[in-house]
Ligand binder design. Structure first.
Ligand code: SAM
Ligand code: SF4
Length: 464
């Protein structure tokens, strides 16, 4: 199972584990939750009974353990990013996506480097420091070199006091040598969702183009890691197949990566299918995931893989996003547009990849999360200081990473407030930073005060 060239999802193991799970009594559930609380993670056999829970008391106990882990490991930090869609040209036929090749309802466009620079300037002026570059798969028309050039363009833009300091990418699977070029382009995380791990469903919804090859996609993270990209993100597009199946398949993927490379994924994304122009399957997901199950997904992932980041996009509504922050989410997008050129030109939903649940701008999201007691972090320190992959996990596990992340969150949030904040966010934010620092242990509090002080004196990009 650990060989990258033959790795596959074992479906029969998953179905057997799910079938055995319903027999669990409340005593066993509490044993599993007690183990989860120790923050050493859970196995598939322990996750399956948690997914089967319907008793409201046990579900609140599950949520309580997830909140405890979130608080202990991630504290009040919430990392912020924005997607940057550069091209919607696509040769694939994913039946749920507006960018699918045969969809005539969407205008096709690959941004020029000037347009990419313009989008980047807008994101910088909003206060963003991290972007997730997204594109359809249109090789060789606007091929891999186009992506490398786009990354260069984003990094080259400086505007006012700001610049984008970390470009993560969500693009189609590459060959190992191409992944090496992506690493050389100084990307942060390479992100790729399997969409569904269920072989048959995968075949039914990916009917043409290279993406129809399940295993080429499944083994892409192995190729990325082999090429030296050790911060990789994985995910499932929930709604295509039974979410319980997907969760256990995700765990097989994670355990495979850990066994093969000594480190699992850096992040997990949990997109749910949203309506999309010209993609009827997205209107009527074959296996819709309700809000309660969605909360369970986040909470169970938090307990199962405590040190892996969980990303929540603006596909979800503000209310549900708030709830999931407490249950385990560590990174969120804000102010997103999902069509190429969408930041410069007023967003037309029909040209977007899918419709959004949260339409607020960045500063509105900042005000909201800061008033809930979170500290939005624009930190990009770890990967710039080489704290990636196994090195990051080695520090994260004993809790050492907090001593870096907390001060970095405070200094980068202070930078946001001074350069881009409104009167409202400044008032709420400065109070949140003060409370945040007062609650820290002595040493990180000392670092935070020094770093925030430097930002107040006019220094920028202060991190450790
Ligand atoms: N084209 C590349 C690929 O498919 O891997 C990367 C970019 S694709 C635009 C990014 C992700 O958008 C996909 O992996 C899929 O999970 C998600 N997506 C596509 N259609 C969606 C929909 N209708 N609702 C929610 N997410 C969707
Ligand atoms: Fe293309 Fe990606 Fe959309 Fe599939 S999900 S149609 S590969 S952009």
């Amino acid at each position: 199972m650990t060989d990258s060239n033959s790795f596959d999802i074992d479906e029969s193991v998953i179905w057997n584990t799910l079938a055995a799970a319903s027999a669990c009594d409340s005593g066993r559930i509490r044993e599993i939750l007690a183990k989860g609380r120790e923050m050493k993670g859970l196995d598939a056999e322990e996750i399956a009974p948690l997914m089967a829970l319907s008793d409201p008391t046990l579900i609140s106990e599950l949520f309580e353990v997830a909140r405890h882990i979130k608080d202990t490991i991630y504290g009040r930090r919430l990392v912020i990013f924005a997607p940057l869609y550069v091209s919607n040209l696509c040769a694939n036929e994913c039946l749920y996506c507006a960018f699918r090749a045969r969809n005539k309802e969407v205008e096709r466009r690959a941004l020029t480097s000037e347009e990419i620079a313009r989008e980047t300037r807008i994101l910088i002026d909003q206060g963003h420091k991290r972007v997730l570059l997204v594109a359809g798969e249109s090789y060789p028309v606007k091929g891999f070199q186009y992506i490398l050039d786009a990354i260069d363009t984003v990094y080259s833009v400086k505007h006012g006091n700001g610049e984008i300091r970390r470009v993560n990418v969500n693009i189609a699977p590459l060959k190992t040598e191409e992944f090496a070029q992506l690493k050389a382009a100084k990307i942060g995380t390479y992100q790729l969702f399997q969409e569904t791990y269920h072989h048959e469903t995968y075949g039914n919804v990916h009917i043409a183009g290279k993406k129809a090859d399940y295993h080429w996609r499944l083994r892409a993270i192995d190729r990325a890691m082999t090429a030296g990209i050790d911060d990789c993100g994985i995910g499932v597009l929930f709604g295509l197949a039974d979410w319980r199946f997907e969760m256990l398949a995700l765990m097989q993927h994670i355990r495979h990566l850990e066994a093969a490379f000594g480190v699992g994924p850096h992040t997990i994304s949990v997109p749910r299918l949203e309506p999309a122009t010209g993609a009827s399957i997205a209107e009527h997901p074959p296996h819709p995931v309700g809000d309660m199950d969605f909360r369970k997904i986040v909470a169970i992932l938090r307990i199962a893989v405590p040190y892996t980041g969980i990303i929540m996009s603006t596909r979800e509504t503000a209310n549900l996003r708030r709830e999931t922050f407490a249950l385990g989410v560590s990174q969120i997008s804000a102010g997103s547009r999902t069509n190429p050129g969408g930041y410069a030109e007023s967003a037309r939903e029909d040209a977007s990849q899918f419709s959004l649940g949260d339409h607020r701008n960045l500063d509105e999201v900042i005000c909201d999360v800061a008033s809930l007691g979170y500290v939005p972090s624009f930190c990009t320190g770890c990967y710039r200081l080489g704290r990636t992959g196994a090195d990051f996990m080695d520090m994260a596990k004993p809790g050492d990473i907090k001593a870096h992340c907390d001060p970095n969150a405070a200094s980068t949030f202070q930078e946001y407030l001074m350069d881009y904040g409104t009167d409202e966010s400044r008032a709420i934010g400065e109070k949140a930073i003060e409370t945040f620092i007062n609650d820290m242990a002595e040493t990180p509090a000392k670092h935070s005060r020094i770093m925030v002080g430097k930002v107040k004196e006019g220094k920028r990009d202060v991190y450790r």
